[in-house]
Design a protein around this ligand. Sequence first.
Ligand SMILES: NC(=O)c1ccc[n+]([C@@H]2O[C@H](COP(=O)([O-])OP(=O)(O)OC[C@H]3O[C@@H](n4cnc5c(N)ncnc54)[C@H](O)[C@@H]3O)[C@@H](O)[C@H]2O)c1
Length: 308
Amino acid sequence: MNKITVVGAGNVGATLAQRLAEKELAREVLLVDVLDGIPQGKGLDEWQSGPIEGFDTRVTGTTSYDAAAGSEIFVVTAGIARKPGMSRDDLVKTNAAIVKSVSQELKRVAPKAIVIVVSNPLDVMCWVAKEVTGFPRERVMGMAGVLDTARYRTFLAEALKVSVEDIQAMVLGGHGDTMVPLISYTTVSGIPITQLMEQATLDAILTRTRNGGAEIVSFLKTGSAYYAPSAAAVQMVEAIVKDKGRILPCAAWLEGEYGMKGVFLGVPCKLGAKGVEQIIEVELTSAERAALAKSAEAVRETMKAATL
Ligand SMILES: NC(=O)c1ccc[n+]([C@@H]2O[C@H](COP(=O)([O-])OP(=O)(O)OC[C@H]3O[C@@H](n4cnc5c(N)ncnc54)[C@H](O)[C@@H]3O)[C@@H](O)[C@H]2O)c1
């Protein structure tokens, strides 16, 4: 891949750019931000770690989208982060205006790009990006499920004292309090989780997963998580760059899948060179189906607050 542009050179964006470079997922990684000096300085600093880390990816930074022309992938992290006590939905108006302006610019300079949205409230920001760019649903997706699933897997591995690598799981639904962890699809090297763990332990882990973002905000006080979020977005980029056909939970635009349409929601997606190449419909229990519908309702409510 020639060029990947990361919009927003804050905590998530800058960490993401460094991870992309270390994995050499493109010849060039470009950081774009409105704060003059920040993307340039961070880009230069990251590029200079190349000889030590052993990568040849050129990292640069700018405030102008012209340098992003022809980027194959955009990762959008621009926006303000959640502050303590602030819900993701409180962010909607400010971040919708930011994601709108970013989407207009990226459409202008890279009309064929694939867009991965990270800015919160995630599912609504995906909708803003899709509406403003007019890109097909294959090329606009959101990162949330990979992160939520990673948090869930971390806590499960700790409780079971097994490797995180042996935990397979899916967390669907909107990014936020209404996320839907699929217990029936949570396994440890193929063994159903319910055979290995008491329901009470599992319930406590599910609650901690739901509050995963807030737990970190309460520690940091002046910002939100960025190491795991940037790693999660890079996993999606890698699946696309390497055309891996990975099945990952991503926010995707539904057109009838799971009985819903006209909303972005976390669902299992096949990610490859074309972006979201397939949305996979798995069998759900009636409780999971109801939880997913409730999650979609919460996303629709938040969409009302965003003006395009
Ligand atoms: N989807 C997820 O799971 C997830 C996880 C973590 C963070 N987030 C979200 O990602 C976003 C970024 O988080 P962060 O911790 O990096 O915040 P941050 O404040 O560190 O960085 C945000 C950056 O965006 C820049 N920015 C603002 N307006 C811009 C514009 N119009 N164009 C370009 N850049 C602009 C800011 O100058 C800043 O550098 C937030 O909305 C946060 O809530 C989402």
